[in-house]
Design a protein around this ligand. Sequence first.
Ligand SMILES: [Zn+2]
Ligand SMILES: [Zn+2]
Length: 136
Amino acid sequence: MSKRNRSAGQPIDTAKLDRVVAGARRDAEKRLTGYREQSLRIHPWICGRCGREFTRKNLHELTVHHKDHNHDNNPPDGSNWENLCLYCHDNEHQRHVDQVRGYTGLAPKPSQTAKFNPFAGLSDMLEQGKDDKEQK
Ligand SMILES: [Zn+2]
Ligand SMILES: [Zn+2]
């Protein structure tokens, strides 16, 4: 002898639950991949070291490196991000760790490192910039 209207009182609310779960999952993914997504949007899908090109298929192998190694430094213009493949990214960090520690155990001989100076052309460029300003 129930007077309840069964058609109006359906208590099952899975649709709402699904929405909540999906929303929470989206937020979590956004937090996790925020700067990576941004960097991939700004920069081409190419490794900044070896030049390997990436597509949607293997994009998970393209990672985002922080140039100053500070993961909290995420300027929206992408100036602190660099797209690197897994291997080059690994390399980059190994080099950084060696520099920070002043690591000598397995480091290459001084004669080998002396040949490679990544900032060789940089001082020239800076000098030119100065000249331009002084000429004004
Ligand atoms: Zn690479
Ligand atoms: Zn990195």
